[in-house]
Design a protein around this ligand. Structure first.
Ligand SMILES: Nc1ncnc2c1ncn2[C@@H]1O[C@H](COP(=O)(O)OP(=O)(O)O)[C@@H](O)[C@H]1O
Ligand SMILES: [Mg+2]
Length: 355
């Protein structure tokens, strides 16, 4: 049988280790986030001196290193101090007060907590954490179903810094006034990476993850270009993995332009998120955009109210921004005789294959 003749011999993969292409992999060197890391460190510093820490509201587009930069600082903190604990919670997974508290209890080493009530869980947390200082990181807070735990922590844990991380700046104004006034955070905006930074980040990952020399320079540059268009590093990692697999599938020893093109085609399904993830009011707004694609945002709002939609123009505009940030729709600012306006289109622009 010659069927396997051309295939790479077993053990001869193009990949050294795909673990380096995982989204959760923590690289040793972070590019271009010195200022942001400094802001995290400054917020934590009072805790090291026995005072109360500062709170941060961290926001910026998906896939630009918010989580990674924050975890990086925590790791350094762990190395330097035994006195300040850090607690990381991904609120996409733990999206209620009960779940957040049980996750924190687990992380603090409590066992047999299944049958405890929310208030009992918090009792345990308080006992332990009020002996020292603590940094809380609540990541992806826009996915939370309730935020009571924040209020409780703000009130009853004494020496702490709270970092809230989200892709949406609006998550802040949507938060309870009681929480906002107590939190009183500084705002830390993560700007998107530029081409050189994205290229540097992806090169580092490429060199970890692949056998040296398997990437043709042209193909790699093409991949970087595609990633720069989306500004999302995660897309670049995904493309590298897909292109590598595509090359292996055809027993190629090099990753060429054709494999990058194939990977780009696959990425669309991954990139355009399933609509089930949207809340009802967002779905309604999305439906309006779908039926009126290419129209001005003001006209969309009129269509929205005509069809029974109830929210202020400002809230409606926020939904549009949110859908656009999530890449469900695209927006384009245009200036006309009557001033500036925004044209809204259903999907399209962000499809990588359309670039
Ligand atoms: N400055 C950087 N240096 C190295 N890798 C980075 C950097 N910024 C982001 N990454 C990588 O990009 C991916 C997405 O970053 P992440 O922190 O998860 O983004 P966000 O939290 O902003 O959505 C991760 O795999 C991360 O390792
Ligand atoms: Mg993140």
């Amino acid at each position: 049988m010659s069927m396997f003749k051309d295939m790479l011999r077993s053990g001869e993969s193009l990949f050294r280790d795909t673990i380096f292409l995982g989204y959760d992999f923590q690289p040793k060197i972070l590019y271009g986030r010195e200022n942001e890391q400094q802001r995290f460190a400054v917020a934590i510093r009072p805790l090291l001196q026995g005072h109360n820490g500062r709170n941060l509201f961290v926001y910026g587009a998906p896939g630009i290193g918010k989580t990674t930069a924050c975890k990086h600082v925590l790791r350094e903190l762990e190395e330097e101090s035994d006195e300040v604990l850090s607690i990381y919670v991904n609120c996409w997974k733990e999206n209620t007060t009960y779940k957040v508290f049980s996750k924190i209890c687990q992380d603090l080493g409590y066992k047999f907590i299944q049958h405890k009530k929310t208030s009992e869980l918090f009792g345990l947390i308080k006992d332990k954490l009020n002996k020292g200082s603590v940094v809380f990181i609540f990541d992806e807070i826009d996915k939370l179903e309730d935020t009571d735990f924040l209020y409780t922590i703000l009130e009853d844990i004494y020496r702490k810094s709270i970092f809230l991380i989200t892709n949406y700046r609006d998550s802040y104004s949507e938060m309870d006034e009681r929480i906002r006034s107590r939190l009183n955070p500084e705002f830390l905006f993560f700007r998107p990476y530029n081409q050189a930074e994205i290229s540097g980040i992806l090169k580092q990952r490429r060199d970890y993850a692949f056998v040296p020399g398997v990437w043709e320079e042209e193909s790699f540059n093409e991949l970087v270009e595609k990633c720069v268009e989306t500004k999302d590093v995660r897309i670049g990692l995904y493309l590298m993995k897909e292109a590598g697999s595509a090359a292996e599938d055809k027993s190629s020893r090099k990753i060429g332009l054709a494999q990058v093109a194939q990977a780009v085609k696959n990425v669309d399904d991954f990139h355009i998120k399933p609509k089930e993830a949207l809340e009802e009011d967002l779905l309604f707004v999305l439906e309006i955009v779908k039926n009126n694609t290419g129209k001005k945002v003001g006209d969309l709002y009129n269509a929205f109210t005509e069809q029974g939609g109830e929210m202020s123009y400002k809230s409606f505009h926020r939904r549009i921004t949110k859908l656009s940030e999530g890449k469900y729709i695209s927006t384009k600012k245009v200036s006309g005789t009557a001033g500036n306006t925004t044209i809204v289109s259903y999907s399209s622009v962000k499809k990588l294959t359309d670039f």
